[in-house]
Ligand binder design. Structure first.
Ligand SMILES: [Zn+2]
Length: 395
């Protein structure tokens, strides 16, 4: 299996990256006719389309040592890159809401080094959209004057998420939403999931590969999704809306905590052990400062986890109203939420397409506000209130 087989439903992007990796090999080996390699790439695509999978496959192809293929998938260069341990690969990711400028500086100086093992040093930055302008400018300097053997691979949801000066220096590769059937086939092939379950999960996840996998394998995740999607049918008035908002935010907090709690405790134990303060009841001031820094980082990680859960809930709600709209317009398009068809039909009968569009707007606004760090409860409450049936709408 070559490294390219992991890119689901992305034939166009795969062709571009594969050609570039071949050209890159020529450039590094001194072939004067080799063309088509660029020092900075911007890989964009909707969440779950496989941005970081594509970036890793490309990085592996650049490190591949197979004499024939680029990205053979089994040589040392390919396997260590895919496993994240190749000496010339630096993966830059953050679990915080945004990268810190202090994190960026050592990375930029790292990028100045020549590769130690392979042909290229690869700086793979996930979440390149999580940068404030000051941090972006540090990165920009690095991209403007790249050493001859360094490649930057930036991943972001869309090109507009980066400042124009960075965007204009990158070659763009955009991934599409893979067809649900392709995602289902992957789940069947890779995870041994029943084809019927796989297709339903792929549709419900709107082809987000990671979410589809979780829905197909975790009944708890299916249950949580269902309880979010049945909220609109339960809201009758402002009181219900406020309660539903509180419930959703709590659910997101609980999921965010569950995702991080175990790791937080382990990190604390590890830090105290490293500092030789294990089992002490009163921590010396120097240790206390370090523990506080760790706790701050953990807190921002939990915040991000909570925000990701809420954002996912919004995406699910949008898919529900999309289905409602499809029924209202009698469009000949398959529903995303096949399992909720009765609820969708009753919501559709309750109002008209214009109202459905207004509700979709309300969900989209809540997403924007959450992304802009508005207090979650405020943003979600305003949204829920807008989702309730409008008195007199039919008059
Ligand atoms: Zn290889």
């Amino acid at each position: 299996m070559s490294v390219w087989d992991q890119l689901v439903g992305q034939q166009d992007a795969t062709a571009v990256l594969r050609d570039a990796a071949r050209a890159a090999r020529g450039v590094a080996d001194g072939d004067p006719t080799a063309q088509g390699m660029t020092h900075a790439w911007l890989i964009t695509g909707p969440p779950g389309s496989g941005r970081s999978v594509a970036a890793r496959a490309f990085a592996a192809a650049l490190a591949c040592t197979d004499p024939e293929e680029v990205g053979c998938g089994h040589c040392h260069g390919c396997t260590t890159t895919l496993g994240g341990t190749h000496a010339d690969l630096r993966v830059i990711a953050t679990e915080r809401v945004s990268f810190k400028i202090e994190e960026m500086r050592p990375i930029v100086s790292d990028a100045q080094q020549a590769p130690s093992q392979g042909r290229w040093r690869v700086m793979l930055m996930e979440d390149a959209d999580r940068m404030v302008e000051r941090t972006s400018n540090v990165l920009l300097k690095a991209i403007e004057e790249p050493p001859p053997r360094t490649v930057w691979l930036l991943c972001a949801p869309s090109a507009q998420d980066l400042i124009p000066t960075i965007r204009s220096r990158c070659r763009a590769v955009s991934l599409r939403v893979p067809p649900a059937q392709d995602v289902a086939d992957l789940l069947v092939r890779r995870d041994g999931i029943d084809p019927r379950v796989a297709l339903m999960a792929a549709r419900a996840a709107q082809s987000h590969i990671g979410v589809a996998r979780r829905l197909a394998t975790d009944p708890g995740a299916r249950e949580r999704r269902r309880s979010i999607l049945t909220v609109p049918a339960r809201i009758r008035g402002v009181g219900d809306a406020v309660l539903a908002a509180a419930e959703l935010v709590e659910l997101a907090q609980a999921e965010g905590r569950a995702a991080t709690e175990e790791r937080d405790a382990a990190e604390r134990v590890e830090l105290l052990r490293t500092l030789g303060a294990e089992g002490e009841t009163r921590l010396p001031p120097a240790v206390r400062a370090q523990v506080r820094r760790l706790e701050d980082n953990q807190k921002s990680r939990a915040t991000r986890a909570q925000r990701d859960v809420l954002d996912r809930a919004m995406v699910d709600l949008l898919s529900l109203y999309r289905d409602v709209l499809i029924v209202q317009l009698a469009a000949d398009v398959p529903l995303v939420n096949v399992d909720l068809e009765p609820e969708i039909r009753s919501l559709a009968a309750d109002g008209d397409a214009e109202q459905t569009l207004q509700r979709m707007d309300a969900v989209a606004t809540a997403r924007t506000r959450l992304a802009a760090n508005v207090a979650p409860l405020l943003a979600v409450e305003a949204m829920m209130v807008a989702l309730r049936p409008q008195a007199g709408a039919h008059l």
